[in-house]
Structures are given as structure tokens and as C-alpha cells.
Design a protein around this ligand. Structure first.
Ligand code: MF3
Ligand code: CO
Length: 255
């Protein structure tokens, strides 16, 4: 399927989906604390999403059994909530969530820093977030998809970190995953040209050590090959005539 250019009406629905998702992340950031199980995080997140009349995008997506992906420390993404997995004082906790509002998806991730996280790990989380903003500076019409990933990669690697290769960002809209793929690194291909009306999820996954990852036996949880921590930051954005618009945000919320 070709890339879809969203209409004004579709963009309006995606703004609302994104606003609700930003509020969901803000509420989770407030509530998630050491001592809580990752299953509780999922329950709280699902409750918030449904309280806005939305459907959690991830629940049952390709068989994924929860609404929120909760990935701790060396877990990169797609951690499955579990009642026996308790958040510790020195954990970083990546929360990835998606909502469907009137048929349109928004997808965003945040990495939360628990109270006793070491400074060097905090730095990884901060650089991962900033790498997203470096990437989207390139998300302007006329540029190509690879310009985003190149900026993410250059920024992250300048700190000695590495960019996960086996997972990428993606188009988003009436479906959670649409064309095009949005790598967080530059390869040989420039990728497609960016055009106003494209909506994409840009989601750097940055590792403190090597970029290699593997899948755990649950077939979902992705972990770093060297066991060092990984952080994730993601927003759904709209390509406009000028600067990109971050759709998964809400007034007064800086996360
Ligand atoms: N946010 C993830 C992504 O961008 C989606 C999680 S996949 C699911 O691809 F199966 F967990 F939903
Ligand atoms: Co995504």
C-alpha cells in the first residue's frame, strides 16, 4: 500500500488521539512508582485510555496481550506486563502506548526515571529524548526519510551510544503501522520524500552499549545483547509545509 496523505478531517482526529495519548502518558508518569508491578501499570494505563472513550491500540495487536508495553532497563521495547515484575528504585521504565480515537491511532513512548537511577543512565534517557527532537528537525517537506534517522544517529552516537537497527518507526493513521518505515539510522537508501499530510511515528531506541538485540522466549520482549540499558522515546508527528507538528502532545504537558 502506498503512503497515505491525511485529509484535514483525519488530521483533526489524529490530533485528538494524540492529545489523549499525551494526557495518558502524563498521568502514568505521575502514578508509576517503585514497588508497583508492571501489570498494575498496564491496568492503570488501560483504564485511563478507556476513560477518554478510546481503545488501546496494542491490545491483541498481532496477539500482544496488553495495552501498555512496559520495558525495564536492558529491555528495549515490547515488555509484557506481569504481576510478578516489580519496578525497582533504580529502574528506567519505558512505557509505550497507543490509542484509537474514532478509528485513528496515535503512538507514543516515554522512558520514566525512578528515584535512584544512576546519573549515567539518566543521561542515556535524556539523550534518547533529545535525539527525537534532533531527528524531527529534519522532518520537513523535500527532505527524505533517511534525513531523520541520520540526525538521530549522529546525535546519539556522539555520546558513544548506539541505535537499535532491528526495529524502526513507521507511518501511522487508520492503522497502527503504515508505510513508510522510519529507521533511526541512515543506511544506503534515502527513503521516500517527505510530503505535507504524512503522519509518522518517530521512535529512537538508543542503547548504552552495542546495538544488537534479541527476542526473549515470550517472542515479544526485545533486550540488549550486552545487558546494558536502553531507552525509548516516541511521538506521532505530522509533516506540514514547515516545521513538523507533534500530534501526541497536550497543552501544558512537557514529557
Ligand atoms: N509502539 C510499538 C510500535 O511502534 C507498538 C507496539 S507493538 C504491540 O511498533 F504489539 F505491542 F502493540
Ligand atoms: Co511505534
Amino acid at each position: 500500500m502506498a503512503v497515505s496523505i491525511k485529509s484535514k478531517a483525519e488530521i483533526e482526529l489524529m490530533r485528538e488521539a494524540g492529545r489523549i495519548l499525551a494526557l495518558t502518558h502524563a498521568e502514568l508518569a505521575k502514578q508509576v512508582k517503585p514497588g508497583m508491578s508492571t501489570l498494575e501499570v498496564d491496568r492503570i494505563g488501560e483504564e485511563i485510555i478507556r476513560s477518554y472513550g478510546c481503545i488501546p491500540s496494542f491490545l491483541n495487536y498481532n496477539g500482544y496481550p496488553a495495552s501498555i508495553c512496559v520495558s525495564i532497563n536492558e529491555e528495549v521495547v515490547h515488555g509484557i506486563p506481569n504481576k510478578d515484575r516489580i519496578i525497582q528504585e533504580d529502574d528506567i521504565v519505558s512505557l509505550d502506548a497507543g490509542v484509537i480515537y474514532k478509528g485513528y491511532h496515535s503512538d507514543a513512548a516515554r522512558t520514566l526515571i525512578m528515584p535512584a537511577v544512576k546519573d549515567e543512565v539518566k543521561k542515556l534517557v535524556e539523550v534518547t529524548k533529545q535525539s527525537f527532537f534532533e531527528g524531527i528537525k529534519q522532518a520537513v517537506p523535500g527532505n527524505h526519510i533517511a534525513d531523520i534517522g541520520r540526525a538521530v544517529q549522529n546525535y546519539a552516537e556522539s555520546f558513544g551510544y548506539s541505535v537499535v537497527r532491528d526495529l524502526v518507526g513507521h507511518g501511522v493513521g487508520a492503522n497502527l503501522h503504515e508505510e513508510p518505515e522510519v529507521p533511526n539510522f541512515a543506511g544506503l537508501r534515502r527513503g521516500m520524500k517527505l510530503r505535507p499530510g504524512m503522519t509518522i511515528a518517530v521512535e529512537p531506541m538508543i542503547n548504552m552499549g552495542v546495538y544488537d538485540v534479541y527476542w526473549e522466549d515470550d517472542d515479544w520482549t526485545v533486550v540488549t545483547a550486552d545487558g546494558l540499558p536502553s531507552a525509548h522515546y516516541e511521538n506521532t508527528i505530522l509533516i506540514t509545509e514547515g516545521e513538523p507538528e507533534i500530534l501526541s502532545q497536550a497543552p501544558g504537558i512537557t514529557l
